[in-house]
Each structure stands twice: as C-alpha cells, then as structure tokens.
Write a protein that binds this ligand. Structure first.
Ligand SMILES: [Zn+2]
Ligand SMILES: [Zn+2]
Length: 362
C-alpha cells in the first residue's frame, strides 16, 4: 500500500478539477481499502459538473467503479453480499449506497433511501479523507457497503457501469413486471436506454422500439436488441404501425427530458406502464392528461437507484450477455491527470461513457 495517492477534487461547477496527493491510511473498523481499476463517468456526474444537480463541495465524483481489494479493516468479516469469502486482490464492485439495514426505509425494502445512507461519488469531503469517489487512485468502502465480486471474464468496460446504469435498469425492469411477449418502448438511447434495449430482449420482450434524436445512437441500439427505432417526430406513426394501433405495453423513460416524455406518452396502450428513470436533474413539470391515464388504465412509477439484489442481477445479466459489444460503449480511457479532458469528452454524444483508469495496460 502506498503512503500517498491522488484524488481529483471537484470544487465547483465548470471549473477544472484539482488533482491532489493525499495521505493513505490503513482501513479502520470494517472498512475495506480498494485500488480503483477504472471508473466510468456517468450522466449524473456530468449533471453535477455542469451544476444541473446540487452537490456539496468539495467532493470526489465518480461511482461507476471497479477495483481490487488492497486491505481489510480489523473488524471486517471478509464476505461479499452472498456470504462468499473475499480476499486481497479480488476484483469487486459494490452498491452505490451503503445502508444501515435497520431504519424504516431499509426495512421497507428501499435501502437506497436509508436514513444514514452513504453514497459513493456524492459525499462532501471532511478531514482531508478523499477516498469517497471513483475519480481517485483508491476508495475506502465504509460500513454497510454491499460488495460483489465481478464475474471472471467480464471486461472493465462492461463491469464499470454495473453498479449504476445496469443495476438501475434491473430495478426499473423489476417494477415493470413480466415482459414476456410484450412490446417495449425505450425513450433515450444513451447508456441507460441501450442497456434497457438489451435487458428487454433478455427478459423476453416481443419487440423493442427505441426513440432518440441522435441517428447514430439509434443505429447502435440495434446492436443491443432494438427491433425498431425512430426519431421523436416519427414515433407515434411507428408505434401505431408496429402495434397495429394498440400502443406499447411498457415504456422506459431514460432521458429526463419533459418533451421526450410528453411526446412518447401517447404511445402507451391500454393497461400500459411507464417507468421513469432518467429524471435525476431538475426540469419543468410535464403536462399530463389525467383522463388518458384513467381511461387507458395506465400506471406511472419512478425508480431511483436500486437495491443490492438488483446489482446482483445486473452482474448476472452482464455475464450472460457478454456476446454484446459492451466494450464499444466506453469510447476512451484516460488517466486521472486528464480528468478535465475526460469531462469535456464525456459531454459529447459521440461517447456513451468515458473512463478514467490508471491501469497502464489500457
Ligand atoms: Zn450513475
Ligand atoms: Zn437504513
């Protein structure tokens, strides 16, 4: 273990990161010290960087992380979420929210809303301990963190987004219910939407329709299971054609853009369900015709983050779909020292993800 290591401090929106050297202490209690192998920049990191999302600063951003165990605190039981033994060197990911397990929300099955939750990549720094986010050489896993071993053979590109994009999708699909034989509409073909296309097919959807303003992203979605694709202006015509006028059964809203939701909402058929996933930044309220919701017996649900079981399923899903070109979604890997460039590139629609890694082999 090194004595000192680097972390990229985020001090305020739209200003360069401060890559600084900090003291690295051994883990205490049941903490686990992990060397970051790679961290991909998520859409919510970009929302934070641009100030569309409120974060307390200074902080270390980055939560889509894969790392290797360096050392355990003296009280750690060295077990993963399923109770399997962990050892130094194991390649792991973990639930983005560490939770207490005993508060009202934990007991109600929404540990991501735990009263005393700790969210990686979102924590205001205190006492010069910067090991709370993925844009650093090391990260310190705190009490209540649910750890998962990354299945062998899963690439860094496939595994990094598991604990955010993929697990959030699993949560959304859990809420959507059985998709066998159903027609699914995915609004937005970014990382969340592309993953949703693949997951819809994996879960037995009869047809997957995807909508986005970006032609290249629509083409890419076809590589991940989309059967039909459309720009927003042509969506209702396409849905009407594909569903013989009946409308779609389930719609996943991945953009958080009010206009995208309003445009797609009328594509729902009787008994249809909308799962809202992408709205993780403030925007104007949407206009919604309540009569349509009533007469079509529609339901609308929101999903925010996920449970540890969802992350377990996400890793299973990624391992089962290794034939898909997940690697192509991480456009470029850069070093921690290049974090400013990484955030510039990550805002381009060219890239689904930009990764930060200090692994010299990349
Ligand atoms: Zn994320
Ligand atoms: Zn709790």
């Amino acid at each position: 273990m090194a004595d000192m290591a680097n972390a990229a401090l985020f001090n305020n929106r739209n200003i360069p990161f401060d890559v600084c050297n900090f003291k690295l202490d051994p883990p205490l209690g049941d903490q686990v010290l992990v060397k970051v192998e790679g961290c991909t920049i998520c859409g919510s990191d970009i929302h934070s960087f641009l100030g569309r999302r409120v974060v307390e600063v200074p902080t270390v951003l980055g939560h889509e992380i894969v790392g290797k165990i360096v050392s355990f605190g003296p009280e750690n039981n060295r077990c993963d979420y399923s109770g399997n033994q962990l050892k130094v060197g194991d390649r792991i990911t973990w639930s983005v929210v560490a939770n207490c397990g005993s508060c009202l929300f934990c007991l109600r099955g929404v540990p991501q809303k735990c009263d005393s939750h700790f969210k990686y990549g979102h924590k205001k720094l205190s006492q010069e301990v910067p090991w709370t986010g993925g844009l650093a050489e090391y990260i310190l896993l705190v009490h209540g963190t649910k750890i998962f071993r990354v299945p062998g053979g899963l690439s860094l590109e496939a595994a990094c987004p598991a604990n955010c994009t993929t697990a959030t999708n699993v949560a959304a699909f859990r809420v959507a219910g059985n998709l066998a034989g159903k027609i699914v509409l995915v609004v937005g073909a970014g990382m969340l939407g592309i993953t949703a296309c693949a997951m819809a097919k994996f879960n037995g959807a009869r047809k997957v329709i995807v909508c986005d303003t970006n032609e290249k992203r629509l083409l890419k979605a076809h590589e991940f299971g989309a059967d039909e694709s459309s720009k927003p202006e042509d969506l209702s015509k396409l849905v009407s054609y594909v569903t013989h006028g009946l409308g779609v059964d389930v719609m996943f809203e991945m953009t958080g853009v009010p206009g995208a939701f309003e445009n797609a909402f009328n594509c729902l058929g009787i008994g249809g369900k909308v799962v809202l996933v992408g709205s993780v930044f403030s925007s104007r309220p949407v206009s919604l015709d309540m009569e349509i919701v009533v007469r079509k017996l529609l339901s609308i649900e929101g999903i925010h983050n996920y449970t540890p079981d969802d992350l377990c399923q996400a890793l299973f899903f990624l391992n089962e779909t290794r034939n898909l070109p997940w690697e192509s979604l991480v456009g470029i890997w850069l070093r921690l020292a290049e974090v400013d460039l990484a955030f510039q590139l990550a805002q381009s629609p060219e890239y689904y993800r930009v990764g930060i890694s200090n692994d010299i082999n990349l």
